[in-house]
Design a protein around this ligand. Structure first.
Ligand SMILES: Cc1ncc(COP(=O)(O)O)c(C=O)c1O
Length: 391
């Protein structure tokens, strides 16, 4: 069980705002903020290089903490600027040939579909969305039926940006393993709000970000790359950190996942990211998921009871993201009005997941995303602040 009072006391922002935008960027806990600020202060005093050397143990600890968080080895973790960079480094490392097929989900994120389309145009690769099951999640059975020898990649978003759906990552992993197809999981919205274990899931590659449910600093993210395929993947960019210049015309690429990193980075952020991973592990990912899904269901129930409000989330298994629309009110206006009352939510736009919005005929939606530090009273405040609420 989460000690809500304690985690709220650890979170300065809880005293200032009703923060229901954890899928956007959550409130970091004090130990994360202290770690980042502390390192910046050290850089201010003794210089960035010396500070990095002095705190190398804490930076290295970040790899251990992230590895523990996702059930990986520390040599399988690269720390980068964000989830997009992590995903891109993996995706653009794959050797594409004309006629290759990419199987993905209908709910896929724009930042992934755009690279799919670029590679499709460049290399004559086919991009296909796997049909959903009756709950709206990707159908692992349909995926199995689509497999043939031309499928080069299964790339799926675990939790889409635009709703509470949780795709069946481990079932997808079983299909990928049976078929021997590389499996890239976008876990940007799932890491930090539920247990995500790369061995259980069976993915080869996984991308995630720091600032969302993990409560880490902005400008941080990480990539997991399995040892199974690590040495076969040549990153699209190399520098003197990812590789060593060994002779006048020769270089060797590192043999751990840091081949996907580059030399200069946000050292304070890396340290803070490690602290955030340790903080989540300290609370326990199962306890976090239980609290987050309980609050999200409680919010959906309250919203469904309001006249003119339609909850839009799909999936048999749902998470902390709640999307809805209010009849007669544009979602951007609803979000603005909530913000004026100290309540943070965001808006999911069609351009963030066009296949899903178009297939379901969805308008822009209000996205309220809960974390374990939110309270039922905050959910009531959100509902009471909605236009047309009969209070
Ligand atoms: C599903 C999904 N994937 C990837 C990203 C990109 O993450 P980042 O902004 O850290 O690159 C997002 C961001 O909202 C997302 O929702």
């Amino acid at each position: 069980m989460i000690d809500v009072e304690r985690v709220r006391a650890d979170t300065a922002g809880c005293a200032e705002v009703v923060h229901l935008d954890n899928a956007g960027s959550s409130l970091p806990p004090r130990p994360v903020a202290d770690a980042v600020i502390g390192h910046l202060r050290l850089e201010e005093r003794i210089g960035g290089y010396r500070a990095a050397r002095a705190e190398e143990g804490r930076t290295e600890h970040a790899y251990d903490a992230l590895a523990a968080l996702v059930g990986a080895g520390r040599d399988e973790i690269a720390i980068v600027e964000n989830a997009t960079r992590a995903w891109d480094m993996a995706f653009y490392s794959l050797p594409w040939r004309e006629g290759d097929r990419i199987l993905t989900s209908r709910a896929e994120y724009a930042g992934n579909v755009i690279p799919f389309l670029q590679i499709a145009w460049r290399h004559g690769v086919r991009v296909e969305a796997v049909p959903d099951d009756e709950s709206g999640a990707l159908s692992a059975g349909a995926l199995r039926d689509m497999i043939d020898e031309r499928v080069r990649l299964i790339a799926v978003t675990h939790v889409p940006t635009q709703g509470g759906l949780v795709n069946p990552a481990a079932e997808i992993g079983r299909v990928a393993r049976e078929a021997g197809v590389t499996y890239l999981l976008d876990a940007c919205q799932s890491v930090g709000q539920m247990r995500v274990d790369v061995r259980e899931i069976g993915c080869d590659l996984l991308s995630a970000t720091g600032r969302k449910f993990l409560r880490g600093p902005r400008g941080t993210g990480f990539l997991y790359c399995s040892r199974r395929i690590l040495r076969d993947l040549e990153p699209p960019f190399l520098d003197l950190h990812a590789a060593t210049w060994t002779s006048a015309r020769g270089y060797t690429v590192r043999d751990d996942a840091r081949r996907f990193e580059n030399w200069e980075g946000f050292v304070a952020g890396k340290i803070g990211l490690g602290v955030a991973a340790g903080y989540a592990l300290g609370l326990g990912l199962d306890a976090i998921e239980e609290r987050v899904t309980g609050l999200a269901e409680a919010l959906r129930e309250r919203l469904r009871a309001l006249p003119g409000v339609t909850v839009r989330d799909l999936g048999a298994r749902r998470c902390g993201i709640v999307t809805f629309t209010v009849d007669g009110h544009e979602s951007a206006g609803v979000a603005r009005a909530l913000s004026e009352q100290g309540i943070n939510v965001s808006v999911s736009w069609p351009a963030s997941a066009r296949w899903d919005f178009e297939a379901r005929g969805l308008p822009p939606m209000v996205r309220a995303s809960v974390h374990y530090y939110n309270t039922e009273e905050e959910l009531d405040r959100l509902c009471a602040a909605l236009p047309g609420h009969p209070s």
